[in-house]
Design a protein around this ligand. Sequence first.
Ligand code: COA
Length: 199
Amino acid sequence: MIRYRAPTITESEEIAVIHLKTFKNFFLSSLGKSFLITYYTSCIKSKEAISICAVDGNNRIIGFCFGSLLSKGFHKKLIWSNLLPFTFQAISILFSKPKAIIRLITNLKKDANLEDDGDYSELLSIGVLVEKKGQGIGKGLIIAFEKECGKESVKKISLTTDFNSNDAVLSFYKSMGYIVYGQFTTYPNRKMFKLIKNI
Ligand SMILES: CC(C)(COP(=O)(O)OP(=O)(O)OC[C@H]1O[C@@H](n2cnc3c(N)ncnc32)[C@H](O)[C@@H]1OP(=O)(O)O)[C@@H](O)C(=O)NCCC(=O)NCCS
């Protein structure tokens, strides 16, 4: 029996481990487990984020879904409210992967895009353990996420996903009612789809 519930802060390490397994070769994964723990701990603590995990009968996390209530400015606020741990992570990344800092900062600036008022909720991260894929868990996570959005009177949810070699994930989102809203390229040259759903 699978349940969907809010994760606790102590579960952020378990979530980071699943992230590393499900998002192999993704930029955030390249920043390492410690960065992911900081990121997910901050999201779980934030009142402006929606955090959901799927757990099996043994209360073991098998999937997760995170998003913001308001897309615009979410990550900047998250960093400011957790300045110490993020500064520590930034220094550590600066020494181990200096180019990654440029990419992080450049992509944070997408908040400043004047053509997009960011007045919607954003689904930021969703992952299901590889061995549990195709069993409806991703669908359950999205439904739970949208239910929480509904409680906060959110009207619209957006998400971004890779443009290239990503047909399965795109089909997954389309099956959940998300429609392609546009395309854009993030630094250094990653082509992305933006999808939107009115709820
Ligand atoms: C994308 C992901 C979250 C989907 O989770 P999942 O539990 O495997 O998906 P579900 O079993 O809930 O599938 C829900 C629906 O999506 C569709 N779908 C799922 N996988 C699909 C695939 N490989 N190809 C086509 N459609 C697919 C199905 O139509 C399904 O609808 P149905 O219930 O009518 O059969 C999961 O595969 C994952 O973690 N992928 C790696 C991480 C990732 O890429 N995340 C998204 C980054 S933007």
